[in-house]
Design a protein around this ligand. Structure first.
Ligand SMILES: [Mn+2]
Length: 465
């Protein structure tokens, strides 16, 4: 069936339900998908019970109540239909809204699903929060306030990364939110913290591409901003979001010149950003990427319901708890990053690797790897291994790299999928950021194999040009 028909059918299934259980993932996309459907369903007067899981696997299936509520799976479920079938959950009590690869149930139970993978190119780069929003909008066209959460989920799931902005149906959703006044779409420097961080800090954190003379150098960044008249003094605290469009153009052209003068490519230096004018200024809720980090912080530290409350509009007690989660999240990541730098990585030739054991939670290994990389050799991907808290036989692997390395032929997803399967594990992710789980004990051989594969990609990339 076509996308429009499937969304209508999903809405009809919800309208016919007496009560619903919402099962969702704990990351930014999972929390925002849940919050979209939950609010849309509650607005219809249908009671909802949320269940958040780290993963849908045999151990977590017990959290799904055995009752006659409609089970709505968001941001998961498509790939775990075997588990639903094993648990005896019938097709007429399930609705799946997902964007991950779908695996049909082995016994042939046909669960109804709206999945971004089914409808062609315009839909592939749309996360579960995108699908959830389109279903919510079908339920009631007045649900356009939820477009914000949909963009948070999409940005949180890196749907804007490759094209430096959302594309296809996810972009349409952002425009829909802009039309109703809930979203402001702006193009500008591809940095993080555009609403909360003083501009010189924001610029000094830029790492992909790096800005010569500015990355890692906040004082130089402040001096530059004074020179071009954007700061009055080096102690100014203006954030990017406060710049006029003339000022942001001036800043972007000066920085682009600086990158190009240094022989680097300025590709990817400008990106599209999504701001939320009805949120409080200078808070993480003002733009999609900072909002997503806040939700991820809640989820990764096992408090998805605090993130959910923020999505529902709580700006009191729960919001303060979310701010606390975010600070905690940042300080642990900073510690991990310092640990990696101080301990030092092993240079294998084409990659650099480190094993952090059980010192830091596996849920932040990838983020820590990304941050540490800016202070290491940025021409080689980084690989971080660590123990997994409740799985003593597994090792989690996270890899990160930069766009300039992708342009030389590297694809981390391909590397990790191949190497993980060979070692009896499983991998996935994106070309620029990927992860894997491998059996404990094979780390040495695994990193050597990854190094070999990356070396091969560099060599093939060389030949192509
Ligand atoms: Mn997702």
């Amino acid at each position: 069936m076509g996308f429009v028909e499937d969304v209508s059918r999903a809405a009809k299934i919800i309208l016919e339900a007496d009560a619903a259980t919402l099962i969702s993932h704990i990351d930014a996309d999972g929390i925002s998908s849940e919050a979209i459907i939950s609010q849309a369903v509650t607005r219809l007067g249908i009671p909802v019970n949320p269940v958040f899981v780290r993963q849908l696997e045999p151990m977590t299936m017990k959290h799904i109540p055995d009752d006659d509520t409609l089970k709505i799976f968001t941001d998961l479920g498509g790939g775990q239909q075997n588990l639903l079938e094993e648990a005896g959950i019938t097709a007429d009590s399930v609705l799946i809204l997902d964007h991950h690869i779908s695996q049909p149930a082995p016994g042939g139970t046909e669960y109804f699903q709206v999945n971004s993978q089914f409808y062609g190119e315009d839909y592939v780069k749309c996360s579960a929060a995108g699908i959830a929003y389109l279903v919510a909008r079908k339920l009631d066209p007045a649900n356009t306030d939820l477009a914000k959460l949909s963009v948070v989920g999409n940005v949180g799931d890196m749907m804007a990364r490759e094209n430096h902005g959302l594309v296809g149906v996810a972009r349409w959703i952002a425009e829909d939110g802009a039309d109703s006044g809930h979203i402001r779409i702006r193009r500008g420097i591809n940095c993080y913290g555009l609403s909360t961080r003083p501009l010189h800090i924001c610029l000094s954190n830029a790492d992909d591409p790096q800005i010569p003379g500015i990355s890692g150098k906040p004082a130089e960044a402040a001096a530059l901003l004074c020179r071009i008249g954007i700061y009055q003094s080096p102690s100014d605290q203006r954030v990017w979001e406060e710049l006029s469009s003339e000022e942001e153009k001036r800043l972007a052209s000066v920085l682009a010149e600086q990158i190009i003068a240094n022989g680097e490519s300025s590709d990817g230096f400008i990106a599209e950003h999504y701001f939320f004018p009805d949120e409080m200024e200078k808070t993480p809720l003002r733009n999609a990427s900072e909002y997503a980090t806040m939700l991820n912080a809640c989820g990764r530290w096992a408090k998805p319901k605090i993130g959910e409350a923020v999505c529902f509009g709580d700006r009191g007690q729960k919001y303060r708890e979310a701010e606390h989660m975010l600070r905690h999240h940042r300080s642990i990541i900073r510690e991990l990053c310092e640990y990696i730098i101080e301990t030092g990585v092993e240079d294998l030739g084409s990659i650099q690797a480190i094993h952090t054991g059980d010192k830091y939670p596996d849920t932040i290994a990838g983020i820590g790897a990304g941050m540490a990389l800016s202070k290491l050799d940025t021409n080689k991907p980084i690989l971080v291994m660590c123990s997994v808290s409740d799985e003593p036989d597994l090792i989690k692997v996270s890899m990160r790299t930069y766009e300039k390395v992708l342009r030389r032929g590297v694809d981390l997803q391909e590397v990790l999928v191949t190497a993980a399967v060979e070692s009896g594990g499983a991998g996935g992710g994106h070309n620029i950021a990927a992860g894997a789980y491998i059996p404990k004990g094979c780390e040495h051989d695994f990193t050597r194999r990854v190094n070999e594969l990356v070396k091969g990609q560099f060599a093939a990339g060389q030949k192509d040009r």
